[in-house]
Ligand binder design. Sequence first.
Ligand SMILES: NC(=O)c1ccc[n+]([C@@H]2O[C@H](COP(=O)([O-])OP(=O)(O)OC[C@H]3O[C@@H](n4cnc5c(N)ncnc54)[C@H](OP(=O)(O)O)[C@@H]3O)[C@@H](O)[C@H]2O)c1
Length: 255
Amino acid sequence: MDLAKGDHRVLFDTAAEAPDALAAGACVDALVHCAALSSRIDCESDPARARAVNVDASRRLAEMARERGIHFVFISTDLVFDGDNPPYWEDDAPSPISLYGETKAEAEKAILAVHPESYIIRTALMYGNGPGGKPGSFLAWTLDALRKQQPLHLYTNQYRNPLNAPDVARFIDLLLSHGAAPGIYHAAGPDRLSRFEIGHRIAAAFGLPADCIIASKVDRPVGLGPIDDCSLLIAKADAIGMRFTGINEGLRVLR
Ligand SMILES: NC(=O)c1ccc[n+]([C@@H]2O[C@H](COP(=O)([O-])OP(=O)(O)OC[C@H]3O[C@@H](n4cnc5c(N)ncnc54)[C@H](OP(=O)(O)O)[C@@H]3O)[C@@H](O)[C@H]2O)c1
């Protein structure tokens, strides 16, 4: 563990270290738990690690937050749903088809059992800049392929509500500052788009040719495949005044 004085940065392995070490010496009001084994492939190849990181460590962190009387915010995912009956409300029963989704759904349950005042935020597919101000995640590899004009196979039959990453921070701030009721909330952008459409929006926003984008279809193997449509309903967020950014605007400010 390494504490960089000034910005209070702590490097911490949630699966290996006692959570108390995380908050030791710091004046903490809220713990926002984003760390996860988030790749479906990584989870399937090491299920024990997936459970240790995504479920057990999350439960321990929530316990620590409850003991210290601080807020706990858990970043979950739309992939707790199977994509067969969209759009999904917060109280729809999770129906994950991947181990990743399964562990996140288990974590949600475990967290609410040990710290019922927690906030669980199920986020849709996120785009934005990562540390260092550079595009992260799928935005990074999409831009990379577009710039190099390498073949980019994107699904036409897999839908998500792309979510501007900074909106998640704004939403957490809103929940905490308004003392919103604890529980599960959905966070999702207003556009329901296929991966193929998202690729075209990214190309347009960054002024890049989209000729390398190739339409493809999800062929979902039972229990393993990507999801068809995990669109989320956001009435609870709406009710407390949260307005999520549309993808064109979200991408425009990233250019
Ligand atoms: N990106 C999306 O579209 C999306 C959508 C829905 C939900 N989410 C959720 O949002 C959160 C962030 O997602 P992301 O896309 O930023 O994931 P990511 O790029 O895979 O980043 C995960 C982070 O967790 C850290 N981590 C993994 N195991 C850890 C451990 N044992 N102890 C401490 N840190 C650990 C990783 O650190 P290292 O890099 O050092 O391994 C990495 O910084 C996750 O909870 C994910 O489930 C993401």
